[in-house]
Design a protein around this ligand. Structure first.
Ligand code: KIV
Length: 271
């Protein structure tokens, strides 16, 4: 496809919901600039996430915590500029949504200055009212449960979440409450396969896994991890470069592996 020609319809929340209903897996990747966004978009990825992981893979920080709203806007604008087909989702960074009012203000910036189509926030029950308010004001929301990297210091490290029954039960209740409040999508990070499968089955909105097994409605990875350039990438990721040989080839192989269910395999999952 020549860049600049609109060969595909732009993905929307409706497209993603329909993909879940029809059993088509959703392929999602991060991107933070125009060059990679174009490759990822043309490689057939359905959702591009401008994640606060940019704090680690672009800015070289140890966590996502130093990332600002201005950082996310800058990178989201670069990504939306080059994206024709995929839905562009932007992260609300640490401490940018501590009240519904603050979340509304910062979402307005992500959408009006960065041109994001959807925003993502971490958290369960405490975020339900914020999701309700964003929904009321027309902001599409992706919730994020399981491992929440913005809480890494509170959690004491990057660990699988939901192996014990009380946490698993709370996560299921939170997922339903976020959906009822109007969330359009849910990311589950580092969650045991059986729990991710239950949550995916109980929700009508698409559930996207990262380290959450193969039974989710789709998968997301950090681009630099799946291109094999992150030192010590997490074990739930896979390096697609050695077999594919080129970056566009690796992105296309990832999309195919997600759509056919070949990725993630057991070795990328937690039990
Ligand atoms: O910031 C990010 O890239 C994310 C993914 C790990 C889901 O939130």
């Amino acid at each position: 496809m020549a860049y600049g020609t609109q060969q595909y319809a732009k993905h929307s929340v409706t497209t993603l919901r329909k993909m879940k209903q029809e059993g088509e897996k959703i392929a999602m990747l991060t991107a933070y600039d125009s060059s990679f966004a174009r490759v990822v978009d043309q490689g057939g990825v359905d959702v591009i996430l401008v994640g606060d992981s940019l704090g680690m893979v672009i800015q070289g920080r140890a966590t996502t915590i130093p990332v600002s709203v201005a950082d996310i806007i800058y990178h989201t604008r670069a990504v939306t500029w080059a994206t024709e087909r995929a839905l562009v989702l932007a992260d609300l960074p640490f401490m940018s949504y501590t009240s519904p009012e603050m979340a509304l203000r910062n979402c307005a910036r992500l959408m009006q200055e960065g041109y994001a189509q959807m925003v993502k926030l971490e958290g369960g029950a405490p975020q339900v009212e914020t999701v309700r308010q964003l929904t009321f004001h027309g902001v599409p929301v992706c919730a994020h449960l399981g491992l929440q990297p913005q809480s890494v210091h509170k959690l004491g490290g990057y660990r699988v979440q939901g192996r014990d029954a009380p946490v698993a039960t709370q996560m299921q209740a939170d997922a339903l409450a976020l959906q009822d409040a109007g969330a359009d999508m849910l990311v589950l990070e580092c969650v045991p396969v059986h729990l991710a499968e239950k949550i995916t089955a109980q929700l009508e909105i698409p559930v996207i896994g990262i380290g959450a097994g193969q039974r989710c409605d789709g998968q997301v990875l950090v681009l630099q991890d799946m291109l094999g350039i992150t030192p010590g990438a997490p074990r739930f990721s896979r390096d697609f470069m050695p077999d594919a040989g080129t970056i566009p080839g690796a992105v296309a192989a990832y999309v195919t592996a997600v759509k056919t269910g070949a990725f993630p395999a057991e070795e990328h999952s937690f039990f």
